[in-house]
Design a protein around this ligand. Sequence first.
Ligand code: ZN
Length: 330
Amino acid sequence: MARHQRQPGGVTMNALSIDVEDYFQVSAFAPFIPRADWDTHECRVERNVERILELLETSGARATFFTLGWIAERYPQMVRRIVDGGHELASHGFGHHRAHDQAEDAFFADIDLAKLVLEDIAGVEVRGYRAPSFSINGDNPWAFDCLCRAGYKYSSSVYPVRHDHYGMPDAPRFAHLVRPELLEIPVSTVRFGERNWPAGGGGFFRLLPYAVTRQLLRRINQTDGQAAIFYLHPWELDVEQPRISGLDGKTRFRHYLNLHRTERRLQQLLADFVWGRVDEVFPIDGEPVVEQWPPLASAPDAGALLDRSEILAADAEPVRAAFSAPRARR
Ligand SMILES: [Zn+2]
């Protein structure tokens, strides 16, 4: 743990996140694989998570595992290994429903159940939530109210980019309060021209050359003076996963592209940056847990960025209209 507390030379600690679901549960496969058929597919998530845990241990990194309740109930030992490894256990919902496909009651029931299941198995509080396919946007701000009601403290469910499956391009790029007790930590983007571009992992980590990923993360740390939040899925390391038939060309391309490169790239990513849990990189409790963030001399006022009210004032204002509920003023 001490390894991350202070980094000589003012190196930023970034947050690594793993969305724990299996290859047949991805949203792009939903038209091809009904939930009722999930149990008929070979589960490979346990071995893939095990490999990620080994890589993290070797590099001394820690991460946050946004885990599906459906998976946790079937692999409780895996959930406990995540926690025993010093990583943060968080929620990816129970059944991988996209928030914008659900009614409010159904969404609440899903995220509430996931939290209870995960906490029951692991014996730790689950504070974080990530919506499947970053499916919280300007159309369903009630989802944030549901998260508060269920007792979550932060969300990482908004991707401030334009994409055919997700995205809220006008959302703030950095952590901001969306409710008095709920911090939203959008997946990392970079700003070029008038647009935000994905820089937080997922399919783009496999699509782009690794050097591009490294450059984008450095830009966030050095130019923006912010910590990055990056994500990947266990199945993205699994070259031997069963191939799903009947997919359209775009879905097939996106899912299977460069799977054989992911593990090597992850090793490089772990070597090139310092990685921690979401709850140690970002001020979940309103207090900075990681002393050095943001550490860079180029940041205009490093101390102010650690204040949640400052985050709110600086970043949330331009999108106030997108969230209908009243904001916190502290
Ligand atoms: Zn997911």
